[in-house]
Design a protein around this ligand. Structure first.
Ligand SMILES: Nc1ncnc2c1ncn2[C@@H]1O[C@H](COP(=O)(O)OP(=O)(O)OP(=O)(O)O)[C@@H](O)[C@H]1O
Length: 612
């Protein structure tokens, strides 16, 4: 727990720099002023005649001597004026301090947010394969919000500690003996209540776990809403939701019970201690009433500070799991960084991020992509998804990868794109092994169109400009024409400015894929990889895509994961995969006429299905 706090305090200092020390200095001023303001009550009370400063044993004779030179009225006006000036100044400083605290907190949390987001997004693809995406959403929203709240509490706690130290100092000056007694009682209570702080941490752990559960659950439910509705699974999901909501409620109440419990103990003990003090002072020690008033004054200033420190400690402990989660995720992502040189450094990310991410010169594929004895299995899986795969993909030609579902087509593509690395074997680009250093250059030369194409919830224009912010209107229409999307985009209510995605126009799977194809082409890729949609394209669209690919042949290296073998009639090369192995490769004509080969069987099967 302490190491966690120390880590974040160090980070806070690194992020905010000297402003943090100014903040601490401000706190000291404020507490001094507050303390002086409050303890000025003593001379004021003595003026009113409630008690004699001398009788309290205070070292204030110089003050009373000095004041004695003024008339009684001037004394009162002077003291009250100083009182108002000090407390107003303190209020003004307090305001500045609050604003500075917010600045520090926001700067820190913004940095942490950017750092975490950057670290996640720069991680390797294999990292994402092992993680639930909703965990990232959860950490970037809920847990970071808790960290932000926790940071605020830490700053408050630092203020509280400084205030308390100064108050103790001032109180010591007024009466060392009394202060020491109050202080010892405070410390005693702190040790008695230590286990409450540990319990707060346990409740905080549960909070993190529950909110992660909640987040994952709702993300999954809304992703699968169509299945839920069509299979009438609403009730079971509502049941789950109600259960988790009740657990969250219980968790929050538990913390409130704990926190209010320690507050109660503090208050009750405060009443008991002060009553005991008064009794002892009056009956046993016969302390004069003026000193008694001073006891109450000191006690009433110090005790609430102890209470708030205890309460703050409990809150911070309950937030610590959020700090731990963020730190753990950052550590994991740093280990899974795509390229060791790509930075997650805060200062670097604050600079021109755009340039830092894209300074890469794309590669130009000239001869071929060769897979040599490539073997791969997913982490945690005992079975190989690809075993000893050797295949050749000629540059500027069209290569089709075919095979049944689960044969390993997507895995092979991921390896070729360098998204995952082979367990053994090599991928050669123009005869050169695909090393980490070239990875981004290689990937930036690839245009990839996935089976389930992704478009952002914004206009078509913005979606296209993602890959080339300077693309002209003409270039965009050319790309749309090429992917046979131009006709349907023209018919949309606002053409290129039509909003698409969740709350915009709903496009069909085929239309989405063609738009993503247009986007990929705007990038002018050296290699185009198309994971053909299994069902999204009707025969007319399929024909359009086929024509488009034909037009590209000879200029761009095309790799198609083909589910419909009719699209690849003109492929220069076909690679047939089965259970992670290459069982055939060659030209379309050659393989389709091989009567015993798997490819001709697949062709016959599809022809049979189509013919029915
Ligand atoms: N993330 C993963 N973790 C573990 N195993 C996986 C993962 N992704 C795929 N696999 C396994 O690897 C094998 C190859 O999968 P892959 O997705 O490459 O096949 P595919 O030919 O592309 O299938 P489809 O045509 O259905 O997309 C399958 O047995 C699959 O279960």
């Amino acid at each position: 727990m302490i190491s966690e706090l120390r880590f974040y305090m160090r980070k806070l200092r690194d992020v905010t720099g000297p402003i943090l020390y100014w903040n601490l200095l401000g706190m000291i001023c404020i507490s001094l002023m507050e303390g002086i303001g409050i303890y000025m009550l003593v001379p004021m009370l003595s003026l009113i005649g409630i008690f004699e400063m001398g009788t309290t044993g205070l070292q204030l004779s110089w003050l009373s001597e000095w004041l004695g030179r003024l008339s009684e009225n001037s004394q009162l006006v002077l003291i009250l004026s100083i009182f108002v000036v000090i407390l107003s100044g303190q209020a003004w400083l307090q305001r500045m301090q609050t604003i500075r605290n917010t600045r520090i907190q926001q700067q820190f949390i913004r940095t942490l947010r950017q750092e975490t987001y950057r670290a996640i997004i720069m991680a390797k693809w294999s990292f994402f394969l092992q993680k639930r995406k909703s965990d990232f959403n959860h950490i970037l929203t809920t847990e970071l919000a808790r960290v932000s709240q926790g940071t605020n509490l830490i700053l408050q706690m630092a203020a509280s500690l400084i205030f308390t130290a100064i108050q103790i100092g001032l109180a010591f000056w007024l009466s060392a003996k009394l202060t020491a007694i109050v202080f010892v009682f405070g410390l005693l209570l702190f040790f008695v209540l230590k286990k409450f702080v540990q319990r707060a941490k346990q409740i905080g752990d549960q909070t993190s776990e529950l909110s992660q559960h909640y987040y994952n659950g709702i993300t999954e439910h809304f992703n699968g809403i169509k299945d839920i509705k069509s299979n009438m699974l609403e009730e079971s999901h509502i049941g789950w939701f109600e259960k988790i909501c009740k657990r969250i409620e219980r968790n929050v109440i538990q913390f409130s019970q704990l926190n209010s419990g320690t507050q109660l103990i503090h208050r009750v003990s405060s009443a008991v201690i002060i009553a005991a003090f008064i009794y002892l002072s009056l009956r046993v020690l016969a302390v004069p009433p003026a000193s008694l008033l001073l006891i109450i004054l000191i006690f009433s200033r110090l005790w609430p500070r102890f209470t708030s420190i205890q309460s703050n400690l409990e809150y911070i402990s309950s937030m610590l799991p959020a700090f731990q989660l963020v730190r753990k995720l950052q550590a994991e992502t740093n280990l899974s960084r795509e390229i060791s040189s790509s930075t997650t450094d805060t200062r670097a990310s604050n600079r021109n991020t755009e340039k830092e991410i894209h300074p890469i010169q794309p590669l130009e594929l000239m001869r071929s992509i060769e897979c040599i004895n490539v073997t791969y299995r997913y982490e945690g899986s005992s079975a190989y998804s690809l075993e000893n795969v050797s295949a050749s993909i000629p540059a500027k030609g069209m290569t089709a990868i075919v095979g049944k579902s689960g044969a390993g087509k997507s895995t092979l593509i991921d390896l070729i794109m360098g998204l995952v690395r082979p367990e053994s074997g090599q991928i050669l680009i123009d005869g050169v092994p695909l090393f980490e250093e070239q990875l981004l250059a290689w990937r930036s030369s690839i245009g990839y169109v996935s089976q389930d194409p992704f478009l952002f919830h914004t206009s078509i224009r913005e979606n296209l400009r993602l890959v080339d912010p300077d693309a002209s209107e003409e270039q965009m229409w050319q790309a749309l024409q090429f992917s046979s999307s131009a006709a349907f985009v023209r018919k949309l209510p606002h053409g290129l400015d039509t909003m698409i995605g969740d709350r915009g126009i709903r496009l069909s799977g085929g239309e989405r894929q063609r738009l993503v194809l247009a986007r990929a082409m705007l990038r002018n890729p050296s290699v185009l990889i198309l994971d053909e949609a299994t069902s999204a394209l009707d025969s007319e669209n399929e024909q359009h895509i086929h024509e488009a690919l034909e037009r590209l042949k000879g200029h761009v290296t095309i790799i198609v994961i083909a589910h419909r073998l009719s699209t690849i009639r003109t492929a220069d090369r076909v690679i047939v995969l089965e259970e992670g192995r290459v069982i055939q490769q060659g030209g379309y004509q050659q393989l389709s006429t091989d009567p015993v080969g798997t490819f001709s069987k697949l062709l016959n099967m599809q022809a049979g299905v189509v013919g029915q």
